[in-house]
Design a binder for this molecule. Sequence first.
Ligand code: HEC
Length: 105
Amino acid sequence: MKVIIGIVAGLGLASAAYAAQKLGEYQPERTPEVVYAKVCGYCHGKNVGPIILGRTLDTDMIKSVTRHGRNGMPAFRPTEITNGELDALAVWISKSPTPTKEHGK
Ligand code: HEC
């Protein structure tokens, strides 16, 4: 009986995930490396934004600037970068080593 319940529950979860994915709501969280490369790295390290890696920047400051923007930097909403992704990203940036291939002020 337990096995049958498990299978039914599993099918239910799988189809719910499938339905959410079809609606475009389901997105697995991306790793900090991916978010940085795809989003932040568009400007930071490319002479548009200041270098933010290797500076042990405060994680709360990183999260605040990301959510609210600052001067030339746009704000990013939770629909663009989830809270979970941002938490991990802030820690990753703060702990990152000094970059060797980046350009900026
Ligand atoms: C469109 C270009 C652009 C993108 C994309 C961008 N930034 Fe920025 N960012 C800037 C600019 C320009 C500044 C400098 C703002 C100022 O003059 O105060 C900045 C400033 C910052 C600062 C403050 C740095 C300091 O020295 O005080 C942090 C932290 C930061 N960005 C994090 C991020 C993170 C994290 C992402 C990715 C989620 C990101 N930025 C994406 C352009 C960008």
